[in-house]
Structure formats: structure tokens, C-alpha cells
Ligand binder design. Structure first.
Ligand SMILES: O=C(O)CCC(=O)C(=O)O
Ligand SMILES: [Fe+2]
Length: 194
């Protein structure tokens, strides 16, 4: 399904994986990825990110944001499998994946665009959701127009072309109890790891 918004190219495939396949993959990744609790320094103060992360990809690939650089761990068999299926659907190669683990309703990701220079000017970001459904919000940078989507287990959200240039997105904290969720966002880092 295409999400019709100005200055954006966003597609949402609700049943990219079946419920059972998504549940199995969630359990596998929850146990087998090397989750890290990263920190960022904001105004001289160290703060834990409100989620766990893991970064996998082609050899020697590095990824830097907020003054921190991560070196990609080599693809696991499960991640390679998922990458193949996602690449095939998107008709696009990816050389890295950022995995996010939202342990509960207080875990989140703040407003941002995936617009790091190493992603190029019009990156395709393909984002698979596993586990609990969470609300994903989009906001147009100039007009402030907002759109909310519920990302359910097994769904794939693809943001293409100029989307990152004009829109920000976030996954807000919630007051009510929410079970864990894992998100895999496939990316292509330019000029490295090919
Ligand atoms: O968890 C999500 O759905 C979004 C994650 C995200 O935006 C990111 O890792 O850049
Ligand atoms: Fe993002």
C-alpha cells in the first residue's frame, strides 16, 4: 500500500512476513544479535539511548552519528536471509542493517531523518517490524504536517527518494504497557564495504 503524502515516497506492506514467521524471527534475533546499550553525549552529558542497538553489514563498514562510530558486525545467516527477501522486493541492494530493540513502552527513537551523508541524497530505507505493534510518526519539516502509522509485526515500511530530505520520523514513548519490538532498517552505505 502506498502512503500518499507530499514530498514523500512511502510504501507499507503489512504482511511482508506471516505472523508465525515474524514471531520466530523475533525470538531468533532477540537471542542471537549482539545487542548493545549505546550512549550519546548531549551538551556534555552522557545519556543512554532509550533502546538497544546492533549494527551488521558488509566487511569493515562503519556508521557514524552523534559523534559515535560503529563498525558493522558480519551478517548472520538469519539477517542475510531477511536482507535477500527485502532486497528482492525493493529491487535494490543493501550493505548494512541497523537493528533496534525497544524493550518496553519507555524505549523510543526521537525525531530524526535518516540523512547521514554516507547514505547519499535520496536513500532507500527498508524497515521491518517484529514483535509488538508501535506507533510510528512522520512530520513534514517545512509544513509540520503529521502522519501516524501503526507498524505491526511482519510489516515492511519502505521510504524512498526525497522522503528523508523533507520528512522526519520518530517512535514515541508510551504511557501504557507495551511488549518488546525489534526493528531492522536496511540501508546502503556509499563508498564503503562493497
Ligand atoms: O523502529 C523504527 O520503526 C524506526 C527506527 C528508525 O527510524 C531508525 O533506526 O532510523
Ligand atoms: Fe530512522
Amino acid at each position: 500500500m502506498k502512503i500518499t503524502l507530499p514530498d514523500a515516497d512511502i510504501e507499507y506492506i503489512e504482511h511482508f512476513y506471516s505472523q508465525q514467521a515474524a514471531a520466530d524471527l523475533f525470538t531468533d534475533l532477540q537471542h542471537n544479535l549482539r545487542w548493545r546499550q549505546d550512549s550519546i553525549t548531549l551538551f556534555g552529558k552522557h545519556t543512554h539511548l532509550p533502546r538497544l542497538q546492533a549494527w551488521y553489514g558488509n566487511k569493515n563498514l562503519s556508521y557514524c552519528y552523534s559523534s559515535m562510530c560503529l563498525i558493522a558486525k558480519p551478517w548472520t545467516a538469519s539477517l542475510l536471509d531477511v536482507k535477500l527477501k527485502v532486497s528482492k522486493y525493493c529491487q535494490q541492494e543493501f550493505n548494512a542493517v541497523l537493528a533496534n530493540y525497544y524493550r518496553h513502552e519507555k524505549d523510543s527513537v526521537a525525531w530524526h531523518s535518516d540523512n547521514e551523508p554516507e547514505l547519499g541524497t535520496a536513500p532507500t530505507i527498508a524497515s521491518l517490524s517484529l514483535g509488538a505493534s508501535r506507533e510510528f510518526q512522520l512530520k513534514h519539516k517545512a509544513s509540520g504536517l503529521k502522519k501516524s502509522l501503526i507498524l505491526s509485526s511482519g510489516s515492511l515500511l519502505i521510504m524512498r527518494h526525497e522522503t528523508q530530505q523533507y520528512w522526519q520520523h520518530c517512535l514515541p514513548k508510551r504511557a501504557h504497557c507495551i511488549a518488546p519490538r525489534i526493528n531492522l532498517s536496511f540501508r546502503s552505505i556509499m563508498g564503503q564495504g562493497r
